[in-house]
Ligand binder design. Sequence first.
Ligand code: COS
Length: 392
Amino acid sequence: MSDKTYLDWPFFDAAHRQLEGELEAWAAHNAGAAHAADVDAACRDLVTRLGRDGWLRYAVGGTANGGKFDAIDTRSICLLRETLARHSGLADFAFAMQGLGSGALTLHGTPEQKRRYLRKVASGEAIPAFALSEPGSGSDVAAMACTARAEGDHYVLDGEKTWISNGGIADFYVVFARSGEAPGSRGLSAFVVEADAPGFAVAERIETIAPHPLALLRFDNCRIPRANLVGAPGQGFKVAMQTLDIFRTSVAAAALGFARRALDEALRRATQRKMFGQTLADFQITQAKLAQMATGIDASALLTYRAAWLRDQGRAVTREAAMAKMTATETAQQVIDDAVQIWGGLGVVSGHPVEKLYREIRALRIYEGATEVQQLIIARQTLAAYQQAPGA
Ligand code: COS
């Protein structure tokens, strides 16, 4: 049984505790993938089940559009991701991408866009995707090359997007492209591109160490209605960053879920495995590892739920979200590595829970802003705060 004492922290209210309890019971029976060999089918199936049982309503803001609350509750999203990740990486992925893929619409969509897309995302009838990265610009978003030019009642998109989660199974993509109002970050806009738009193609599917739907997308004279612009022209960079402010914190929560599962697995092994006349847990060398793991998890949880709570108070969280993502993902990597070590040879056998976690965690240190990008964000804000009010 995982440590649940964190639920007593002041970041949460009774509704959060109830949500965690109900989801835990649901996940124990529903989070497993029914189509292990076919990741697309497994993902679609998880989206359907998460939608059917009401969990996707938390991924969308606005009760009029099927959302659970009027605004996204970041703490609920984090609790959902943490709990799902403890049970299944793919269930966490399926939930998270419904939120990330539609987040720009929740934050900046027109009433018509919200009506058209969000209700279906919240019920699991539509799968969205967030298309930001390109072969030549991942961390440096402002350097993107994909273009969007206005032509009468349409925008015409040309270029490529890569590492797009849900690529290949999504019904629509929120695509960021250079619309040219100004150089750099001030000349980008966001658009909805439906999967059957003329000139849009899923050019290549990408396989990774922890399989989930992922693709390279191509836009070749891709025509979309002008009404598909999300937010104001030229504001796409900020739309992307505000979406990431929510979901980076939730990546930290997913990492936390993986780390908690790894600690549970490590404790199970350490208390059962006999060696030299005692259990592994009797060795101080094992206890030192367990102490580091437990402390790293609590430190990650404090940073994660601080960022989530601050955002739910309407406060700026770019720096706090970056701290949470960096710490929780890097810590989880170490915790999981320690769990593999405690399991020994069994820990690297394909399909073992800690072997799966070892593969699952790696991408989280890269996507939605690599650790190095989070360091850049934290350092910039720390320096700016100092320069505004230099201390002794
Ligand atoms: N919310 C609102 N506005 C923001 C913002 C945020 N979180 N972060 C930055 N901005 C604004 C800035 O205030 C600035 O506004 P003005 O033009 O009005 O001055 C503008 O956006 C540009 O910001 P900045 O100068 O910091 O942009 P940079 O090009 O230096 O990029 C980083 C900053 C590196 C932080 C950004 O490119 C980034 O997050 N990269 C990683 C992207 C990522 O996560 N990729 C993975 C995709 S999902 S798998």
